[in-house]
Design a protein around this ligand. Structure first.
Ligand SMILES: [Zn+2]
Length: 97
């Protein structure tokens, strides 16, 4: 585990710090993401589970030429304890967050 120092000089573990290219979502935004997952009948492609934890959002627009300029990839983690590859994501527009 890498140790980093926050701007205030206190020590934090790197695993607790959010990477600068990621956007943290509010609880309300996470609820909207889960609503979009259900609306699209999203399921885990590894185990078929339909329950997810919502993580951070990665901005895709502008960085990738084929993406809409307001596109984000939102991290999802399948909550099934039997899932062997629980990490996935959903592409959403900014208005859906
Ligand atoms: Zn799964």
């Amino acid at each position: 585990m890498t140790t980093v120092w926050s701007g205030s000089g206190s020590r934090i573990d790197a695993t607790d710090a959010i990477r600068p290219e990621l956007t943290a979502l509010t609880d309300e935004q996470k609820h909207r993401v889960l609503r979009q997952v259900r609306r699209r009948h999203g399921s885990c492609r590894h185990c078929g589970g339909a329950e997810f934890l919502v993580g951070e959002a990665l901005y895709l627009g502008f960085l990738f030429l084929s993406e809409d300029t307001d596109a984000y990839m939102v991290a999802l983690t399948c909550t099934s304890p039997r899932c062997f590859a629980p990490r996935t994501g959903i592409r959403l527009s900014e208005s859906e967050l």
